[in-house]
Write a protein that binds this ligand. Structure first.
Ligand code: ATP
Ligand code: MG
Length: 394
């Protein structure tokens, strides 16, 4: 039986004049996300998108799974495509067997977009309900609170039969809000921050600061794996790996220890701003959460913020660790994030960091360094890699 995925968009439908652009971005994103799985016909009609495989051998479980992670989709269902004929529809009810076996009550809903179809919605429901009861004697009909709703939709060319909708990823299509650069460490918080801003329509680049040999190849591999996992939601990620060893060493040699972290973070912000601007990214995104560590107090954030030249978005700023972990588990980055490899932040950690630094003192403390030329060199020597779900690491 020919099977398709039907999906409905939510907020999208509200966007008035932008609607067409949003729909095209959504369709493009779906197409990209399915590219390695086969050829698909993707059509839009009546705030529904249909994804039809041109090849029957395609793995529909995988297709469904991938689409369920595309932002901009509120609900989706798998559906049988049937000739627009009541007998054909009835003889296709075997398609629903698996879904119906696991429930006790059901009802049928019919939707007739094609008003020329010879039967009205109530008749379609009655006939289908009757045949379903005959085939599954354990079931009974409950029109008020059924375990499962069977849908029969009569559309332009075909009839569609499906059982139950699943929640989509929500949000708005990635790319419809522009681009941003995520400062991605190997920790729990930053992948979640990237996921959250992609959900609001931003296309994500990632910037990682690496300090070999203090940080290992395995630590870098972990960051790449996080990009791969994030890409299931964000789409392909352009990862920038910034060589940070020299800057960290120079901070260690030239600056007062209590300011190490804050000065390091100001370098990160300034370098990231430059890389972001070179890539047409309108904002930076970080995984900072207020009060979590010494460098995430209001005063410390004011000092790091002052080094950025574009807006810094901090989607997890008001969240507790538990709330962040819940999302990290949902998007499957948690297990990777907790792998115990060192991060550049942990390499030169001061014993007594300043928790309430003043910007003027920090600027004085970092003035012994040749900031401009160091930043320029770091941007110039940054390495780039594109990562998506299909990327394999050696
Ligand atoms: P995370 O769990 O994301 O590592 P964290 O709680 O460990 O966050 P910090 O280490 O203070 O907090 O980092 C705060 C934010 O700074 C991170 O969420 C990330 O956005 C950015 N950051 C920290 N280290 C790096 C790094 N090596 N490369 C890129 N960004 C970094
Ligand atoms: Mg960290």
């Amino acid at each position: 039986m020919k099977e398709i995925v039907l999906l409905k968009y939510g907020e999208l439908a509200l966007k008035g004049a932008n609607r067409y652009t949003f729909e095209s971005i959504l369709v493009k994103n779906i197409r990209r996300r399915l590219r390695d799985l086969g050829d698909f016909k993707i059509d839009k009609a009546q705030s529904t998108v249909t994804v039809t495989p041109t090849d029957d051998a395609v793995d529909m479980d995988e297709v469904f799974d991938r689409i369920s992670r595309v932002f901009g989709i509120v609900a989706l269902s798998r559906s049988a495509v049937i000739e627009k004929d009541m007998d054909a529809i009835i003889s296709s009810i075997g398609y629903l067997d698996e879904a119906l076996e696991n429930v006790k009550t059901f009802k049928v809903n019919a939707k007739r977009a094609d008003k020329k179809f010879p039967l009205g919605s109530p008749e379609i429901c009655t006939q289908l309900g009757h045949h379903i009861l005959e085939r599954h004697p354990h079931l009974s009909v409950d029109v008020h609170n059924p375990d499962l709703v069977v849908w029969c939709e009569i559309r332009d060319k075909y009839a569609y039969l499906h059982a139950g909708q699943y929640a989509g990823a929500g949000g708005i299509p990635v790319g419809s809000g522009g681009k941003a650069a995520l400062l991605l460490s190997g920790g729990i918080d930053s992948p979640v921050a990237g996921y959250m801003m992609a959900k609001r329509g931003l296309e994500m680049s990632a910037i990682h600061f690496a300090s070999p040999p203090y940080t290992s190849d395995r630590a870098l591999l972990k960051v790449k794996e996080l990009c791969r996992k994030m890409s299931a939601y964000t789409g392909r990620v352009k990862l920038h790996v910034v060589p940070f060893t020299e800057i960290q060493q120079l901070i260690g040699e030239n600056c007062p220890e209590e300011y190490f972290t804050i000065i390091m973070r100001r370098f990160m912000m300034e370098i990231a701003s430059k890389i972001a601007e070179n890539n047409n990214c309108g904002a930076l995104v970080t995984g900072e959460s207020l009060g979590q560590v010494a460098s995430q107090t209001m005063q410390a954030i004011a000092c790091t913020d002052a080094a950025a030249t574009i807006p810094v978005l901090r989607p997890v700023i008001g969240m507790d660790k538990e709330e962040i972990v819940t999302i990290a588990r949902k998007i499957d980055t948690f297990e990777t994030s907790i792998l115990p490899y060192e991060d550049c932040c942990t390499v030169f950690t001061p014993r007594h960091p300043r928790t309430k630094p003043h910007l003027a003192d920090v600027i004085a403390a970092e003035s012994a360094m040749e900031r401009e030329s160091l930043i320029e060199a770091a941007v110039r020597d940054t390495e780039i890699e594109f990562i998506d779900e299909t990327t394999e690491f050696i």
